[in-house]
Write a protein that binds this ligand. Sequence first.
Ligand code: SAM
Ligand code: SF4
Length: 320
Amino acid sequence: MKDTYRRNINYLRISVTDLCNLRCKYCMPEAGVEKIQHGDVLSIEEIITIAKESAALGIRKVRITGGEPLVRKGIIDLVEGISGIEGIEDVAMTTNGLLLKKYGKDLKKAGLNRVNISIDSLDPDKYRKITRGGEVQQVLEGIEEALTLGLVPVKLNTVIVGGENEEDILKLMNLTKIYPIDVRFIELMPIGQASSWSKEHFISNEEVRSRVPELLPLNQEIGSPAKYFKLPEAKGRVGFIDPISSHFCGECNRLRVTFDGKLKPCLHSSQEIDLLPALRNNEGSLKKLLTEAIVSKPEKHYLDTEEYEIITRNMSQIGG
Ligand code: SAM
Ligand code: SF4
């Protein structure tokens, strides 16, 4: 379905939990998020119902995210349910990769097409520090498992935080020489945990790029928010996603659903449409609410303008 600005809204990102087995500094409080009542979280069946209604309105691609989707009970059934919906052509997942070795085979069998894996450092100590306790070796094993199983294309997501992992820029890019993967740098966003300090630690992607002059520009993919480059002799690509310095709102084709059943037409707006009354009490129709979200999707975000309202939810609660 087209929105008011003639963008074709065909991509749904669903956060299936706000819980996580890591505590990345820019995403989660050290003590974790406050546990909300079990009943306030969307059930697996409710998520499938939302995906079905969305497919009827033109959603073709679904990304399952979180929190960490692989800690959600019933995740395999969820992937199977979504991949079986008529009209859904692509089911992807964003994960920290820690549990991919354990669940990769079942996910593939259930219909998952591909994974994006987040990794901000290859140095075990630094990775432990950024994630507050993670073991990077487990992520590397997860990456290899995804490649072996054909959960491809495998894309790695990296956030560079000034003063924390700048020395990892080239090391992470060099993974594209070893594996046929894309390593994508995503600018730090002033959301939730990071909203009070992200400005002082922000490193633009232009800056990241300028530190690796050997990167060669590639033709841009239509509809992709990433600009791609390549290192000489590499098997994979290096991508840059600049939500802050050059936003891609004009091509934004996505809607988001939070783990607690709120539809977000825009990541950087606090506008939320509650789906629970329609899902649970037959108050209003889901189709009408989804249509409302598409129609009310803002033309662009207002980060760095006076109209901007700080987003207090963490990325783990919205679904990054
Ligand atoms: N747990 C999974 C993971 O880490 O891939 C999925 C959810 S996580 C919220 C999705 C992505 O959001 C990760 O790549 C993470 O780096 C990114 N993210 C979280 N907070 C962010 C922030 N403040 N700015 C930029 N990216 C952020
Ligand atoms: Fe967890 Fe992903 Fe947030 Fe890190 S970025 S705390 S792995 S949800």
